[in-house]
Design a protein. Structure first.
Length: 202
């Protein structure tokens, strides 16, 4: 079979278009979007099934919407209040961002426990509440289950959320959380492999 060669006249416009598109995409990423950011930081959901309070930070654009939803999972020891330059940039471009605080967050413990955790980490010892990793994907699922309840506590949020377009992301331990929600199975030490997959994020 003879190889098929594209004429240079055909390839050149495609190459130029790809470069132009990449430049525009890069410019879009660099500049803030057209929307102002509205943020609600003092929202707590009660998960009766797990007997757990889940603090949330909700950020949304000031536009009409509806806007896609991103649930963002922080890294180990972080909290809902981190990653604000990234979150605010997303929101300015038209996204609703939901940030839960997971149980390993140092924001949930005393100053003494924070100092103890830091000392253990400096000594190369295991520290923090890493054994509760299975609660992280369940936090994300619970937040998605609770969109109606969240909307009741944040004025104007209900009509701004596009529930057909949901994404999940995270940093470090939050990236693992994202993988679990997306369908990666995991086996706790001495236990059976489990799935934490949720079909709602697309």
């Amino acid at each position: 079979m003879k190889p098929f060669l594209f004429p240079v006249k055909t390839l050149l416009p495609v190459i130029l278009a790809c470069r132009a598109g990449a430049a525009l995409a890069e410019e879009h990423k660099r500049e803030p979007g057209p929307f102002k950011v509205q943020t609600f930081t003092e929202l707590v959901l009660r998960d009766k099934q797990r007997q757990k309070d889940l603090p949330l930070r909700i950020s949304h654009p000031d536009g009409k919407g509806p806007f896609p939803i991103i649930v963002w999972s922080h890294g180990m020891f972080g909290s809902k209040d981190g990653y604000q330059p990234l979150v605010e940039h997303w929101v300015s471009h038209g996204y609703v961002v939901i940030q839960p605080t997971h149980s390993d967050s140092l924001s949930l413990v005393s100053k003494e426990e924070v100092q103890q955790t830091i000392a253990k980490l400096k000594a190369g010892q295991k520290a923090g509440r890493t054994d509760d990793w299975m609660s992280r994907p369940r936090d994300v699922q619970f937040a998605l289950d609770s969109l109606d309840g969240i909307a009741k506590q944040v004025p104007g949020l209900a009509e701004r959320m596009d529930r057909q377009r949901i994404g999940v992301g995270g940093h470090s331990f939050g990236a693992l959380t994202t993988q679990l929600v997306a369908g990666t199975s995991a086996r706790p030490p001495g236990g059976k492999r489990q799935s934490f997959a949720d079909p709602r994020p697309v």
